[in-house]
Write a protein that binds this ligand. Structure first.
Ligand SMILES: *[C@@H]1O[C@H](CO)[C@@H](O)[C@H](O)[C@H]1NC(C)=O
Ligand SMILES: *[C@@H]1O[C@H](CO)[C@@H](O)[C@H](O)[C@H]1NC(C)=O
Ligand SMILES: *[C@@H]1O[C@H](CO)[C@@H](O)[C@H](O)[C@H]1NC(C)=O
Ligand SMILES: *[C@@H]1O[C@H](CO)[C@@H](O)[C@H](O)[C@H]1NC(C)=O
Length: 437
């Protein structure tokens, strides 16, 4: 088992995406405010993995609702003027070394709200300067396209007309962007209620190059009971990835345009009394607890979670219904995703014929490899590696390397010994496999 994991990891490193037939995209969102996290949570452009991502989505730009133009939300980080850090050009500059990589710019996100996007989409006099500004922006900073992250049409201060206006907006954007050789994608909700009210799905599918479905945040401390952030099953539960996926595929999103999102973070809960080690217990606070890097109540990056599990007195459980892990200590619970649960999701989604996998967000993977077991070949980014391995296996029907439930998530140190003894064999095998593919 560990041997296969190692071989697969090695092959992944050799056979960096994308695939020629267009399937197997790996869309990597980066939330650039991760640049301000303390200590080993601080993320920089050098921590991105163009070898494991086919698309990098720079998140987020905003909307200037005076001039109705796209704007930088953090000029000091994004731009070069006034001694800025120039991240726009640094990230798009990765394409020099990775010519197949696409780098797109996301506009919107949770904090931008919905109201101003609703006003934009409703008015041709606002859309016109907006679209012109997007084209200029993409060209100036060498992005390959725009990712529209309006969260969400018809919700959070939106209007019923948003459903129609969203289509008008993406239609106009797409015609303008296509002329310039740019792609247009969007992040859509995975909530079936929001999907039904906010999106005309067949026309969403027709007017985008890829559709990124945010299949996470199904549960959190706001529920006041403990539940998985991103449950895969059962499909009979509306708040699961399998239910969202079935809904969008049945209601008009073409599978070969759909990119299914998986989270690199978990949700935290605080109970009144010590956990009995099951899900569904009622939590007393609506805030959960926070971690040292992301410092947000109710939220922990995978890098924070794996460090907690390594150093704290946590018991790790596996929920065989949602196919996700959770961890308990005293009256605290974390529900999250690990390489195993990610691989289950990826294989399920790829089995439905989707274009690929998206992830929010690579800045909370274990990008420093702090949680790696001794001897791992490539300790960095275990979740991103799990995505790549599971995609390769899905597309090329390789034997499964999915670690069984209740086994360690990572290879045992003994594999490292094997690897040291037969390094050339591994490389040769990897190359042969690569050529064969
Ligand atoms: C929005 O655009 C107007 C007009 O160009 C400009 O004066 C203003 O500073 C911009 N606001 C922001 C927040 O960028
Ligand atoms: C929408 O635009 C208005 C006017 O520019 C601004 O004051 C407001 O903060 C914006 N809304 C959000 C959620 O950013
Ligand atoms: C660790 O947790 C277990 C079970 O919750 C408990 O029995 C044990 O006393 C704890 N150990 C320490 C060192 O806190
Ligand atoms: C989890 O479910 C699978 C398939 O339904 C079953 O084979 C396995 O025994 C279950 N594991 C546990 C620990 O219940």
């Amino acid at each position: 088992m560990s041997w296969l994991w190692f071989l697969a990891s090695l092959v992944v490193l050799v056979s960096a995406a994308p695939k020629k037939d267009g399937r197997g995209v790996v869309v990597c969102y980066v939330g650039t405010w991760a640049a301000y996290r303390p200590m080993r949570g601080q993320f920089s452009v050098e921590d991105l993995r163009p070898d494991l991502c086919t698309h990098i989505v720079y998140s987020f730009a905003g909307l200037n609702s005076t001039s109705w133009t796209i704007r930088s939300l953090d000029p000091h980080l994004d731009l070069e003027e006034n001694y800025g850090k120039g991240w726009y050009k640094k990230v798009t500059g990765l394409k020099k070394e990775y010519p197949d990589l696409k780098v797109t710019l996301a506009i919107g996100g949770w904090n931008e709200g919905s109201g101003n996007y609703s006003a934009l989409a409703a008015d041709p006099e606002k859309r016109r300067p907006f679209i012109a500004s997007v084209l200029r922006f993409l060209k100036d900073y060498d992005f390959d396209g725009l990712d529209l992250d309006w969260e969400f049409p018809t919700q959070r201060g939106g209007a019923p007309e948003d459903k129609e206006n969203f289509i008008i907006l993406i239609k106009e954007l797409r015609s303008a962007l296509t002329v310039g050789g740019y792609i247009l994608t969007a992040a859509i909700s995975a909530s079936i209620d929001t999907l039904a009210s906010g999106y005309d799905l067949p026309r969403v599918s027709d007017n985008l190059d890829l559709v990124h479905m945010m299949a996470y945040d199904y549960h959190g401390s706001w529920d006041k009971f403990t539940a998985p952030n991103a449950p895969l099953f059962p499909p009979s539960d509306k708040l699961t990835l399998s239910a969202s996926l079935e809904y969008v595929l049945r209601n008009g999103i073409r599978a070969d345009k759909l990119v299914v999102g998986v989270p690199m973070y978990g949700r935290t809960f605080v109970l009144e009394s010590p956990s009995r080690g099951v899900l569904g217990e009622s939590s007393i606070t609506t805030q959960g607890f926070q971690g040292p890097f992301t410092r947000t109540d109710g939220f922990l990056g995978y890098n924070e979670i794996c460090n907690e599990l390594r150093t704290g007195n946590w018991t790790v459980h596996w929920d065989n219904t949602s196919l996700t892990p959770f961890a308990t200590t005293g009256n605290r619970i974390i529900t999250y995703d690990n390489p195993e649960s990610i691989m289950h999701k990826v294989k399920y989604a790829m089995g439905e014929g989707v274009a690929g996998i998206m992830t929010w967000s690579v800045d909370t993977d274990d990008f420093r490899g702090d949680c790696a077991l001794p001897g791992q070949t490539s300790p960095r980014d275990p979740l991103l590696q799990a995505i790549m391995i599971a995609i390769e296996e899905s597309l090329y029907k390789k034997p499964t390397t999915l670690p069984p439930t209740k086994k360690p998530e990572k290879p045992e140190p003994s594999s490292a010994v094997q690897l040291c003894l037969y390094p050339s064999l591994y490389v040769v095998l990897a190359l042969i496999t690569y050529r064969f593919w």
